[in-house]
Write a protein that binds this ligand. Structure first.
Ligand code: AMP
Length: 219
């Protein structure tokens, strides 16, 4: 099943995507993760993306679309995937529509995770990720606190804050979301594939709601 997670930054798309990966084995396609990896590796792509990411702006579409398409052509995508953070505007959505149509594929479910902006700012400011290789540990000092704010409970690695998780960048990312990404909900609505989920609930409840929608469609 091909799934798209839509929602503002901090809505919990990454958290839910990881659970879906664990449960169903569908790979997570996160352009944000791919860009962060490119930055850490110091590649030309990473260098180009860095200033946009730090300002909370969208990385230019020609760059991101190429990266996403290449990932979607991977042999591990055949059984379905979870799109997280792509597409982010109409230009990207149209490029994705065209790409899928050419391949005889489509999105099966678009999950619109809704959360109030004030809740989001607190959530994002509390986010901490494990920097340990291969760990992927995710914590939140307010909502899912680790024993120590600096150390990963799972592997003992250092917990770090994303460089774009500061209040100024968050406000801009929310504004960019409202202006560029939110219109995608209405882009996809006529397909009948969009479901609205309350993202203010506990992660387990949000997951259960998404799972119920998936199971309905899988019969
Ligand atoms: P995310 O991890 O999805 O919150 O993305 C972090 C940052 O990466 C965003 O604020 C953008 O600067 C950039 N980014 C991620 N995905 C995209 C995309 N599909 N289009 C443009 N920029 C993106």
């Amino acid at each position: 099943m091909n799934l798209l997670l839509l929602g503002p930054p901090g809505a919990g798309k990454g958290t839910q995507a990881k659970r879906l990966v664990a449960e169903y084995g569908w790979p997570q396609v996160s352009t944000g993760d791919m860009l962060r990896e490119a930055r850490s590796a110091g590649t030309p792509l990473g260098k180009e993306a860095a200033s946009y990411m730090d300002a909370g702006e969208l990385v230019p579409a020609n760059v991101v679309i190429g990266v996403a398409k290449e990932r979607l052509m991977g042999s591990d995508m055949a059984g379905g995937y979870v799109l997280d953070g792509f597409p982010r505007n109409l230009e990207q959505a149209e490029a994705l529509d065209e790409f899928l149509t050419e391949r005889g594929e489509s999105l099966d479910l678009v999950v619109n995770i809704r959360v109030d902006p004030d809740v989001i700012v607190k959530r994002i400011l509390g986010r901490r990720a494990c920097s340990g290789p291969e760990c992927g540990g995710d914590f939140n000092i307010y909502f899912n606190p680790p024993a120590s704010e600096e150390v990963c409970d799972d592997c003992g690695g250092e917990l770090v804050q994303r460089s774009d998780d500061n209040e100024e960048t968050i406000r801009n990312r929310l504004e960019v979301y409202r202006r560029e990404t939110e219109p995608l909900i209405e882009h996809y609505r006529p397909s009948g594939k969009v479901v609205d989920i309350d993202g203010a609930a506990e992660p387990d409840e949000v997951y259960a709601a998404i799972e119920a929608e998936i199971e309905k469609r899988r019969g």
